[in-house]
Design a protein around this ligand. Structure first.
Ligand code: OAD
Length: 230
């Protein structure tokens, strides 16, 4: 049996937009309505942890009201023909709920909190459950399991290894402005086909096939293009 080609897909907020989750930097995006350095930075957490708990409680609650869209589903269906690895900047769980089997979260997960005194100790948390600076789980004070601005991105290195092994690399719905995530493309081997799906794409190097479309439409187009090529 020949092994399946390795398809590595880097996703951003745009893939969840059609599920009803706001992106960060589009008009009326999250960062227009909340000062990012207050609700998503290490300094902000030191200054006002209650505000950050409440911001992520609210976002976690929203997970109960949204569902994966056709773009997440197509990505899962591609597992029939490809060895698919999803590297997502998203903190929602829509890839998992669509059934994708290998999902690496670069910026953390809304569905988890972690101990303040042990970064490796995470706890699963249901959408309705709220946390505050006073919350204790198994005796530990906790924080959202989110990579804040001014913090390291521990999953970046494994993500670069995946990018370097890709036979096809796809970017979906990201403005490519937040590093190091935006730099993943540079780890892809020369000659490997790269596709970028976004209705308002950022500039990308020559040779990248840009599919200027929303994620649902763009993923359907990608599946067609891959069927012709592989
Ligand atoms: P952005 O909000 O920066 O970019 C969203 C991208 O999605 C833009 O390029 C849009 O054009 C595109 N988009 C909008 N609607 C779309 C649709 N229906 N289908 C496909 N694409 C669509 O979001 P990210 O690039 O994901 O980090 O942001 C990166 C990081 O910045 C986030 O992970 C978050 C944020 O600060 C943390 O909070 C740690």
């Amino acid at each position: 049996m020949t092994s399946k080609p390795k398809l590595v897909v880097s996703t951003g907020a745009g893939i969840s937009a059609e599920s009803g989750i706001k992106t960060f930097r589009d008009a009326d995006g999250l960062w227009e309505n909340y000062p990012v350095m207050d609700v998503a930075s290490a300094d902000g957490f030191r200054r006002n942890p209650a505000l950050i708990h409440s911001f992520y409680n609210q976002r976690r609650r929203q997970l109960a009201d949204v569902r994966p869209n056709r773009a997440h589903e197509i990505l899962r269906e591609l597992e029939e023909r490809f060895d698919v690895y999803v590297i997502t900047q998203n903190v929602d769980d829509l890839h998992e709920r669509a059934g994708s089997s290998k999902v690496l979260h670069l910026h953390g997960e809304l569905a988890k909190v972690r101990a303040l005194d042990d970064p490796d100790l995470t706890f699963k948390i249901e959408p309705g459950v709220e946390t505050t600076p006073e919350t204790r789980i198994d005796g530990h004070a906790v924080r959202p399991h989110i990579v804040f601005f001014q913090e390291a991105v521990p999953m970046f290195e494994p993500a670069t290894e995946l990018a370097a092994q890709a036979d096809v690399f796809v970017i979906v719905g990201t403005s490519l402005v937040v590093y190091p995530a935006a730099g993943l493309l540079h780890y892809v081997r020369r000659g490997v086909p790269v596709y970028y799906i976004d209705p308002n794409p950022s500039p990308v190097p020559e040779g990248v096939t840009v599919i200027r479309a929303k994620a649902t439409e763009g993923m359907a187009e990608l599946a067609r293009l891959l069927a012709e090529r592989f």
